[in-house]
Design a protein around this ligand. Structure first.
Ligand code: XIL
Length: 411
């Protein structure tokens, strides 16, 4: 009792001695120095424990995850949600028409064996990440069973969605959480359907081997989006009530007001459509591939507008590029980056109420495995919170604090 009193007194004195009283700690027993949390040892700063109301995820690479070492250790320690960086895209899951490949269980095994709370599925319908066989169907002669190309693509899309959802929601699967529900909790049903002007991606436009237009729009028309969500909801319902959440995922909310508006209108329309009385959409994935100069005001406005839909909001692919400054990274850009990581986490907490938060997922783990540009083998975006040796960057601590500390009125 006496010891507790002394500790409490000590903490109180340290707490009152904070140099920035405007930033209060959510947990008064933890003292702050400036706005940095010091009571926790470095090893105790675990992202997934920073805030019980914000799940923290990472996009993971199934080639790296089985290897012992820093990458795997960080994934297991810091994240309670995993997204497959590439392993659940159409090219991976249906490499040949009608031949599905569900043999890789790397992510499910890690989630099951290390008690991670969930897997987020990415992605069912996208203009990118497509196998070649599907591209061929845009011009190949149609089999007699299909009167139109739209009918052929509709059938490809519905079979893909149905089969993939059924696989991960299979009642016989061992990949379940403590409540007996599938570890796969959510899917990005449609990814990146809109361009930066807020128009539907459509016309073929091949840049570096990738078609920036959408084969789905060209063949099925704009109805492909509501069809995809309807098929996904029907597939989930067919597996029983698993509570799976269905998302529309895209980027650019912060820099294109037109795109933000189009996304808003599209998801509001999707929300009106139901299957078995359930809306076909549950949430919005805001990718957040941003950079150190991205505007906090724009981010705030985008979060407010998306949250006003009443849907779940997933910050689904967060990374913050240093804007290719060239190496070595200067402390100036690293400082801007750390502050932006903190700001983004706090803006999310401030403008998305806890009940609407699906969490924050970073795209990839560290700079070494990040998808962003390498030049002569050297990472020039440095967009993650761990450096190329998986050592924590200043951004790691600021992300932690952004999840944990009280939010300043200025944000
Ligand atoms: C990227 C992967 O990180 C790369 O490895 C791959 O070559 C291309 O796709 N938006 C998305 C993700 O929704 O699927 C993309 O992932 C990054 C942008």
């Amino acid at each position: 009792m006496r010891n507790q009193f002394i500790v409490a007194l000590f903490l109180g004195v340290v707490y009152m001695g904070c140099t920035k009283p405007s930033i209060k700690n959510e947990n008064p027993s933890e003292p702050l120095t400036g706005n940095r949390l010091v009571a926790l040892a470095d090893t105790e700063k675990i992202l997934q424990n920073a805030n019980p109301n914000v799940m923290v995820g990472a996009a993971v690479n199934i080639n790296l995850l089985p290897q012992t070492g820093a990458y795997r250790d960080l994934v297991i320690k810091h994240y309670n949600s995993l997204t497959a960086e590439n392993a659940m895209k159409m090219t991976a899951l249906q490499p040949q028409e009608g031949t599905f490949n569900f043999s890789d269980h790397t992510i499910e095994d890690v989630a099951l064996n290390y008690g991670l709370k969930r897997i987020h599925g990415h992605t069912l319908v996208w203009h990118n990440g497509l196998p070649n066989w599907i591209k061929n169907w845009e011009t190949a002669a149609l089999p007699p069973a299909f009167p139109t190309r739209a009918a052929k693509f509709d059938s490809i899309m519905s079979r893909h969605i149905r089969t993939v959802i059924a696989n991960y929601d299979n009642p016989a699967s061992i990949y379940k959480d403590a409540a007996g529900k599938p570890l796969m909790k959510s899917w990005d049903v449609v990814n990146e359907a809109l361009d930066d002007n807020g128009d539907y991606r459509s016309t073929q436009n091949i840049v570096n081997g990738v078609d920036k237009g959408s084969i789905w729009y060209r063949t099925i028309g704009k109805l492909y989006i509501e069809k995809a969500f309807t098929y996904a909801r029907m597939a989930a319902e067919a597996q029983g009530d698993t509570g799976i959440k269905l998302f529309y995922n895209d980027y650019g909310h912060d820099y294109s007001a037109k795109k933000l508006d189009s996304i808003y209108k599209m998801v509001m329309a999707l929300k009106q459509i139901t299957v078995n009385g359930k809306p076909i959409i549950d949430g919005i994935g805001m990718q957040f591939h941003i950079n150190i100069n991205s505007s906090n005001t724009n981010i705030k406005n985008a979060l407010i507008k998306m949250a006003s839909t009443g849907l779940l909001i997933h910050m689904s692919e967060l990374d913050i590029s240093l804007n290719k400054p060239g190496l070595p990274f200067s402390s100036t850009v690293l400082n801007l980056q750390k502050q932006k990581f903190e700001d983004v986490a706090m803006l999310y907490r401030k403008y998305v109420v806890a009940a609407q938060r699906w969490g924050i997922t970073t795209w990839d783990v560290g700079d070494n495995d990040s998808w962003l540009t390498y030049s002569n083998g050297v990472q020039v975006d440095g967009a993650t919170v761990y450096d190329i040796n998986y050592v924590k960057k200043p951004a790691f601590y600021f992300l932690y604090d952004g999840l944990y500390l009280a939010i300043p009125a200025s944000l």
